[in-house]
Design a protein around this ligand. Structure first.
Ligand code: SF4
Ligand code: SF4
Length: 226
């Protein structure tokens, strides 16, 4: 899932600035699961903003609403009326949600309430860890299901680098060496021979290096007549 965390409250206040009518928009999918921008967080933030604005002597009308997914037009359509009444939207969606709102409501000023961090999973209560860098050309089939792009600090395709200490990364001793994890899993699955295969440089055009990406599925598109 997409993992995000809330921006510092003072930054959020400054993004809202002098606007009087604020609509906080939560998202019911990834950011709900990571407790950053779901209905609960939207309601708490709206209350905090109302109280803070009163204490600052500049009371604001702050309401909140949460849609199932900010990244799909049909869910955004359900809040069109509330959006039309607001002076500013504070999106608690990921960066995609913020941009979807901006694109769908071109006359509305929208600001982000979250910092979108990475694609990851909850490893334990209150801890999320990165697992995928969305490189667009997955090589997990060669690396025992452990991603060297996201989990090796140097994103090495041919590792390890030789600097790991007792299974931990030389760049950050708090994280396990991604290549140690790959080695351990290949060993336990009896596939260490894969370590001897030298992988050529990756074509990073499928990643961000080729510019903004797009996937087109002709089989899913409506014909021009439709
Ligand atoms: S190889 Fe690429 S697509 Fe596969 S998990 Fe790693 S970053 Fe994600
Ligand atoms: S120590 Fe391991 S995770 Fe860290 S950069 Fe080297 S190979 Fe990658």
């Amino acid at each position: 899932m997409i993992v995000a965390e809330q921006k510092p409250f003072e930054e959020i206040k400054s993004l809202i600035g002098s606007a009087k009518k604020v609509l906080v928009v939560g998202c019911g999918t990834c950011v709900t699961v990571c407790f950053a921008g779901g209905s609960r967080e939207a309601a708490i933030l709206a209350t905090s903003l109302r109280m803070a604005s009163k204490l600052d002597g500049d009371p604001k009308e702050v309401t909140d609403v949460t849609v199932q997914r900010q990244c799909e037009w049909e869910y955004l359509d359900t809040i069109a009326e509330q959006v039309g009444e607001a002076e500013i939207l504070l999106s608690l969606g990921c960066g995609i949600g913020v941009q979807a709102i901006a694109e769908h409501f071109p006359k509305t000023w929208v600001v982000p309430g979250l910092n979108t961090s990475f694609l990851g999973l909850p490893s334990e209560q209150g801890v999320w860890v990165e697992r995928c860098a969305a490189c667009g050309d997955c090589i997990l089939g060669l690396t025992a299901g452990v991603c060297p792009i996201a989990r090796c600090s140097k994103s090495l395709l041919n590792g390890p680098c030789g600097g790991s200490q007792e299974g931990h990364c030389e760049v950050n001793a708090e994280i396990p060496c991604g290549w140690q994890l790959i080695y351990d899993r290949l060993t336990s699955l009896g596939k260490t021979e894969l370590l001897y295969e030298v992988r050529p440089p990756k074509n990073w055009r499928t990643s961000r290096d080729g510019g903004p990406r797009k996937i087109v599925r002709p089989d899913l598109r409506l014909s021009e007549e439709e």
